[in-house]
Design a protein around this ligand. Structure first.
Ligand code: ADP
Length: 935
C-alpha cells in the first residue's frame, strides 16, 4: 500500500520481476509438455492450471479467460479462478453493445492495465453492474492470440478497498500468461484437429473397405494405384498388395491402351472435374467385364492435382439384362408390326367397302406407328380424307373428330407431292415445313403450328403402277423421328391398302358394268316392245329411276322444231308433282338455258358432277326455278342427246341428290341409253312412215285394179263380139282382133294379179275347194302352154305316172302351175322345161324345172315377196307379183313352196300340197270356206 498514490502494490521490486519471468517460462514449458504428452489434450484443464498459477504469482483475487464469440460481439467467460475460494467458475457473458468502450479499447489497444478500474475511461462502464458488486478496484486484461487472430482475453481483477498499480513486471508477466494461453490453445486445437483427422481417416477407411460392390481406387496424378479397397479386390481380383503401385492402365484391355484411352480419361477427368465412362475392363485372370466408371480428380487447397479417385462398378450383368430387354422389346415391336400387317391384311381382304377397311387399318396403326394416322384417296381429281385415327389424348383428337375439308390436319402440298411423285416423304423438321408453307397456306400451317408433330411420314398408296392416295403418320413432340424400318412397314401397309382399294374399285366397276348391261338389256326390251314412241319414252324415263337417277325427264324436238317434254319420272312419287310443276311453269324453250336445251343446241352432253349454286345460276330462269330444282333433290346432273342418223331427236336429263356424284361411267351409260332410245324412236318413226306409204300404195292398187277391171271386161266382151262377126274374108281384121284379144287377156291377167295382191293384203282371197286329180289338171295346163313354149323355142314335157287326187281349189292351183310355167318358159332361154306331178308322203308334189338363167343365191328367199324381182326390168317384163301370189295360194292350201337354183344352170320350183284342203292348217288371211272366189 503506497501512501502517495493511495494504491495497493505488492512489494518485491526487481527480484520479484525476475521470479515472475522465470515462473512464466516454467509454466509455459510445463503446460506445453503436458499438452503434448496428453492422448486427448484437455485445454480447459491446462487453462485452469495456468489461471491458478497466474493468480497466485500475481496475487490477484480473480483471474479469468474470456473467449470471443463468433463475430466478436461478445466475450464469454470460459474459466474464472477465485483465489480466496480456490475455485473455478465460468459462464458469464459480456456483450459489446453493453460495454462499447471496453470492447473498443480492447480491439484498439489490445492491452488494458486499469489501476483504478472504476475511474479508468476504458473500464468505468463496468462499475455499477460488475465492479462494485464484486469489490473489484483494478483490472489487467491481456490479449490471447489464436493463429494470428484475437481469440480471447485473460482478465486479472484485483479485489480490495483501494485501486492497485500494475507494475511493469506484473504487466510483462500478464502478457506472457496471455502468450502461454495462446500456445496452450493452439496446441490443443492442433492435436484436436489431428485427432479428428485421424478419426475421419479411420471412418473413411472403414467406409472404403466396407464398400464391396464398387471398386474405390485412388490414383496418384500419373495414374498409379495408391489405394485399393475390398470392392476393387473383389471386382478386379488383385489383392491390395498386388495392386498398389501398378499403373491403372493394366486394368484396361490392350486395344484400349493402344489407343491411349486410360491417359485420355485421366486428362478428361482433370479438365472437366469429373468423367463418367462405360467400357471393358480386365480382371487379373484376363477375363473382361463391362464397367461403369466415375473418375474424379483430387486437388489440395491450392488447387494442385494430388491424384484421382476412380469408382468402378461391374455392369456386365446389368448390360446383359438391358440388352436382353432391348432385344425383347425389339422382338415384341417386330412381332407387333407383323401382327399389324397380318391384321390389316385380313381386314382389307375381307371388306369390299374400302372406307371401312382403311379406317380399320388407320386405327390399327395407332399408336404403334404414330399418334395419328390419316388416309387420303384421290377421287375424280380431288383428295378426300377417308380415315383419321388418333391415339387417346392426342392433340389431333379434335381434328379427327371434326368433319373438315379433305386437307385439314395435313399440309396439302406434301400430300400432293407424294401423290405426284409416288415416293414417300419423311419430315423431321416441321419448323422448316411451317416456314415453307408460310402465309400462302396459313390455315393449314396454323393447324400444324398448333399440333406441331415431331415427325411426319407420308407414304403413297400404289396399285398397278397408279398412285391412289396417301397414308400419313404423325408423331407428336415426345416421339422419336421415323426410322427406315418404320417407313418400310408403313409402305408395306400402304401397298396392301392400295391393292384393297384397287380391288374394291374394280369390283365396283364390274358390278356397275353388270348393272349397266342388265339395265341396257332391259331398256332394249322396253324399247322394242312398243312402236309407239311416246309410250317408249315414258317407259325409258321410268327405267332410269332409281338405278341411274332420282329423277329423269325426256324432251323431244317435234315437227316445226317445237320442244316438248314427253316424259317425267321421279323415284319419289310425291315429287313427281314437282316435275310436272317444273314442266308447266318453266317449259323448255329454245331461248331458255336448262341442260336439256343446251344439249339440243350443242349436240354435246352436259355433265355437272356437283351442281353448286354458282353452276345452277346460269341454268335457271329465276330464284323460284332454282328452288324448285333443288327441291327435286338435284346435286348432280347429267343431260345427253338422243341422236339418230345425224339428227338430234331429243334429250334425256337425269338428276340425283347428294349421295350420288355423276362421273364418266354414268355419262357413258346415259349416252348408251340415249343412243338406243334414239334408234328405237327413229325405227318407230320410219316404220310408221313406211306403214303409211304401204297403206297408200295398197289403197291405190286396190282402187286402180278395180277401176281398170270394169272397162277391160267391157273391152274384152266387145272384142269377142267383133271376132264372132268377123268372116274369113276379113282375114287381116280377124288376126288383128285375135292379137287385141290376146293383149286384153294379158292386161286382164295383170289386173287380176294386182287385184289378188290387194285381196291378199286385205285378207279377202277366197277359195272354192273340190276333189280333183292334179295329174289331169297339170296335163291340161301344160297343153295350154305348148304353143307359148314353142314360140319361145322351148321344149315342154310333162312327167306323170298316176292320178294324184285331193281336195283343192281348181282355179287357184291352175294359177300356181301357170305362174311357175310361164316363169320357166320366160327364164329358160330356149332350154327344155319339165313339169312333174307325183305323190310324196301323203302330199301332192308339183315340180317345175328349167335349165335357164337360174337365180343368184342371195335372191332366193326374196323373190317370193311382193314386187320382188331378181332380173333387170329392161331384159324381162313383169310386176314381180307371180311368185308372191303363188306362195299365198300354196300356203292357203296348207302347203309349201321352195326353190333350188344356180345361176346359169336353171331352177327347180317344188310345191307340196296336202291332199285335203280341209285337213290343212288354215293360214291367216286365207278363208278356208268355199264361196265365190271373185275371179
Ligand atoms: P315376174 O313377173 O318378174 O316374173 P315373179 O313373181 O313371177 O315375177 O318372179 C319373180 C322373180 O323371180 C322374177 O323377176 C325372176 O327374177 C325370178 N324368177 C322366177 N322364176 C324364175 C325362173 N324359172 N328362172 C329364173 N328366174 C326366175
Amino acid at each position: 500500500m503506497s501512501e502517495e498514490t493511495g494504491m495497493e502494490a505488492p512489494g518485491g521490486g526487481l527480484e520479484r520481476g525476475r521470479v515472475l519471468r522465470r515462473q512464466s517460462v516454467l509454466l509455459e514449458q510445463s503446460v506445453l509438455l503436458e499438452l503434448a504428452a496428453a492422448q486427448a489434450p484437455d485445454f480447459e484443464a491446462s487453462l485452469r492450471q495456468i489461471l491458478k498459477s497466474d493468480a497466485e504469482l500475481l496475487g490477484v483475487a480473480r483471474v479469468s479467460y474470456w473467449s470471443f464469440t463468433a463475430g466478436s460481439n461478445a466475450i464469454h467467460c470460459d474459466v474464472l479462478y477465485q483465489r480466496d475460494r480456490d475455485a473455478f467458475d465460468g459462464g458469464a457473458e459480456l456483450r459489446r453493445a453493453d460495454f462499447p468502450r471496453y470492447f473498443q479499447a480492447l480491439l484498439d489497444e489490445l492491452f488494458i492495465a486499469a489501476d483504478d478500474a472504476r475511474r479508468d475511461e476504458r473500464t468505468r462502464e463496468f462499475t455499477e453492474s460488475y465492479l462494485e458488486p464484486r469489490g473489484i478496484t483494478a483490472m489487467l486484461d491481456v490479449p490471447v492470440w489464436v493463429r494470428g487472430r484475437l481469440g480471447g482475453v485473460v482478465c486479472h481483477e484485483h479485489v480490495g478497498d483501494l485501486p492497485r498499480v500494475w507494475t511493469e513486471e506484473e504487466q510483462a508477466f500478464a502478457r506472457s500468461i496471455g502468450h502461454v494461453v495462446s500456445m496452450a490453445l493452439e496446441t490443443a486445437e492442433r492435436s484436436r484437429a489431428e485427432e479428428s483427422l485421424r478419426q475421419s481417416e479411420e471412418r473413411f477407411r472403414l467406409l472404403v473397405d466396407g464398400v464391396k460392390d464398387q471398386a474405390l481406387i485412388m490414383l496418384d496424378p500419373e495414374g498409379h494405384v495408391v489405394s485399393w479397397n475390398a470392392g476393387a479386390q473383389r471386382i478386379f481380383g488383385y489383392e491390395a498388395a498386388e495392386a498398389l503401385g501398378k499403373h491403372f492402365s493394366v486394368f484396361h484391355p490392350s486395344d484400349s491402351v493402344a489407343r491411349g484411352r486410360p491417359q485420355q480419361q485421366l486428362r478428361g477427368a482433370a479438365e472437366r472435374g469429373r468423367l463418367e465412362v462405360e467400357g471393358w475392363r480386365l480382371r487379373k485372370d484376363g477375363s473382361r467385364f463391362w464397367a461403369g466408371v466415375v473418375l474424379t480428380p483430387l486437388r489440395d487447397a491450392d488447387g494442385q492435382l494430388r491424384g484421382f479417385a476412380e469408382v468402378s462398378l461391374d455392369m456386365t450383368e446389368r448390360r446383359r439384362a438391358e440388352r436382353q430387354q432391348r432385344l425383347l422389346a425389339e422382338a415384341s415391336v417386330a412381332e407387333q408390326q407383323q401382327r399389324l400387317l397380318a391384321e390389316a391384311s385380313a381386314t382389307l381382304v375381307s371388306s369390299l367397302d374400302p372406307d371401312t377397311a382403311l379406317t380399320a387399318v388407320a386405327h390399327r396403326s395407332v399408336p404403334l406407328l404414330g399418334d395419328t394416322c390419316l388416309i387420303h384417296l384421290l377421287e375424280n381429281g380431288a383428295v378426300r380424307r377417308v380415315a383419321c385415327e388418333h391415339s387417346p389424348g392426342s392433340r389431333m383428337e379434335h381434328v379427327c373428330g371434326d368433319v373438315l375439308g379433305p386437307e385439314e390436319g395435313m399440309p396439302l402440298p406434301e400430300l400432293v407431292r407424294v401423290l405426284r411423285t409416288g415416293r414417300s416423304r419423311v419430315l423431321t423438321d416441321t419448323a422448316k415445313l411451317l416456314k415453307r408453307l408460310g402465309s400462302e397456306d396459313s390455315g393449314r400451317a396454323g393447324l400444324l403450328r398448333r399440333f406441331r408433330p415431331a415427325s411426319l411420314l407420308v407414304v403413297p398408296l400404289i396399285a398397278r403402277g397408279r398412285t391412289l392416295g396417301t397414308l400419313s403418320l404423325l408423331r407428336e413432340e415426345s416421339g422419336h423421328p421415323y426410322t427406315r424400318e418404320e417407313q418400310a412397314l408403313a409402305e408395306e401397309l400402304a401397298r396392301r391398302s392400295a391393292y384393297a382399294v384397287d380391288n374394291a374399285r374394280l369390283y365396283a366397276e364390274l358390278r356397275r358394268a353388270e348393272q349397266s348391261q342388265r339395265f341396257l338389256g332391259e331398256a332394249t326390251k322396253v324399247l322394242v316392245e312398243s312402236l309407239d314412241y311416246e309410250t317408249t319414252l315414258t317407259r325409258v324415263s321410268r327405267l332410269g329411276v332409281p338405278l341411274l337417277a332420282d329423277w329423269c325427264v325426256v324432251d323431244v324436238v317435234e315437227e316445226g322444231n317445237v320442244l316438248r317434254r314427253v316424259a317425267v319420272a321421279h323415284a319419289d312419287p310425291e315429287k313427281e308433282v314437282l316435275l310436272r310443276e317444273l314442266q308447266w311453269r318453266y317449259p323448255a324453250r329454245w331461248n331458255t338455258n336448262p341442260p336439256a336445251t343446251r344439249v339440243l343446241r350443242s349436240g354435246q352432253p352436259e355433265l355437272f358432277p356437283e351442281l353448286t349454286d354458282a353452276a345452277l345460276l346460269p341454268l335457271v330462269e329465276d330464284a323460284a326455278h332454282a328452288r324448285l330444282i333443288r327441291e327435286l333433290g338435284t346435286d348432280t346432273v347429267l343431260a345427253v342427246p338422243m341422236v339418230a342418223r345425224g339428227r338430234i331427236l331429243g334429250t334425256l336429263t337425269f338428276g340425283a341428290a347428294r349421295r350420288r356424284r355423276y362421273g364418266a361411267a354414268d355419262l357413258l351409260l346415259a349416252e348408251e341409253l340415249a343412243h338406243r332410245t334414239a334408234m328405237a324412236i327413229d325405227n318407230s318413226r320410219l316404220y310408221q312412215e313406211a306403214q303409211k306409204a304401204i297403206n297408200l300404195r295398197d289403197e291405190f292398187l286396190s282402187i286402180a285394179s278395180h277401176e281398170l277391171r270394169t272397162p277391160i271386161t267391157t273391152l274384152h266382151l266387145q272384142l269377142q263380139n267383133l271376132r264372132r262377126l268377123c268372116t274369113a274374108r276379113d282375114d287381116a281384121l280377124c288376126r288383128r282382133l285375135d292379137v287385141s284379144t290376146k293383149q286384153i287377156h294379158r292386161l286382164d291377167k295383170l289386173i287380176e294379179g294386182l287385184l289378188d295382191v290387194s285381196r291378199i293384203s286385205t285378207g279377202q282371197l277366197r277359195f272354192t275347194v273340190e276333189t280333183l286329180d292334179l295329174t289331169q289338171l297339170a296335163t291340161e295346163v301344160v297343153e295350154q302352154f305348148q304353143q307359148e313354149a314353142a314360140r319361145a323355142h322351148c321344149q315342154l314335157e310333162l312327167r306323170t305316172r298316176e292320178p294324184v287326187t285331193g281336195r283343192f281349189d281348181r282355179l287357184r292351183v291352175e294359177q300356181v302351175l301357170a305362174n311357175l310355167l310361164s316363169n320357166a318358159i320366160k327364164y329358160a332361154a330356149g332350154n327344155p322345161v319339165t313339169v312333174s306331178v307325183e305323190e310324196r308322203g301323203g302330199f301332192a308334189r308339183l315340180t317345175v324345172q328349167d335349165r335357164g338363167i337360174g337365180i343368184p343365191e342371195k335372191d332366193l328367199s326374196r323373190i317370193f315377196g311382193r314386187f320382188e324381182r331378181a332380173v333387170s326390168p329392161r331384159n324381162y317384163g313383169g310386176l314381180g307379183l307371180g311368185l308372191f301370189i303363188t306362195r299365198q295360194i300354196v300356203e292357203a292350201h296348207g302347203g309349201t313352196i321352195h326353190v333350188t337354183s344356180r345361176p346359169g344352170q336353171g331352177s327347180i320350183f317344188t310345191v307340196d300340197l296336202p291332199r285335203d284342203f280341209l285337213s290343212a292348217e288354215t293360214p291367216s288371211g286365207a278363208g278356208a270356206s268355199a264361196g265365190p272366189s271373185g275371179h
